[in-house]
Design a protein around this ligand. Sequence first.
Ligand code: NAP
Length: 224
Amino acid sequence: MVDISSSSCLIFGASGGLGRPITEQLAARGANVSLVGRRFSRLADVDAEGPRIEADLRYPEAASKAMQTAIDAHGGLDIVVNAVGVVAFGPAAELEVDVLEELFLTNTFVPIFVAKAALNHLRPGGLIANISGVIAEQNLPNMAAYGASKAALKAWDDGFRREARRSKIQVLNARPGHTETGLADRALAGSAPKFPTGMSPQHVATVIVDGIAEGQTDLPSSAF
Ligand SMILES: NC(=O)c1ccc[n+]([C@@H]2O[C@H](COP(=O)([O-])OP(=O)(O)OC[C@H]3O[C@@H](n4cnc5c(N)ncnc54)[C@H](OP(=O)(O)O)[C@@H]3O)[C@@H](O)[C@H]2O)c1
């Protein structure tokens, strides 16, 4: 079990629709947070004290540098949350190679870069939380590449979790359904299908933060 109170937490994607309430809820529960986003300006509005780190996580060394900043600020690192992601829509035949690369680089490779770095920086007893998605459980037409990038992350976590256990590190994979963060309106390509109204970001953040506090390793879509 991870004691959130007075822990040191680093949130990647802290400026995002899910990353922001996760960061604010962790801080409200007493965590010492460090915030990472691609654009510094978007981190300013997050209602939590802690260092703001601008980083493009597509560069493998960026995760490690951010973790060192968190350790310098808070004396160690206990929890790493990865709330970074991008989406694209459209028929497979129309998917451009650069969009495919961007999807898998950000949604699959970035969490792998983060996990590898975290093994060298987390204190024993620490936890890594990744946000995959309901689409990893049931992929959809016109979202096949996004769904595959998220299913790959779920598969990575299933294997990596068993390795990380030897270093006394827990790995949590969360698979929320559609959430009203605006992500679908920021697609790299294509237009979103008409989704029913999604869950509130606050609700999804609460389920994830509760899962971290309870030491869960898996939050399937049914947990949300
Ligand atoms: N929203 C949903 O319906 C839903 C459902 C299930 C799963 N998820 C997953 O949950 C995660 C968060 O989604 P969200 O809805 O909160 O999206 P969001 O609001 O667009 O937030 C994405 C975050 O990722 C950051 N980011 C993107 N690329 C980056 C990069 N190369 N380096 C560093 N940071 C980068 C963004 O930084 P900037 O703010 O600086 O751009 C932002 O903080 C994603 O993995 C998404 O796939 C979302």
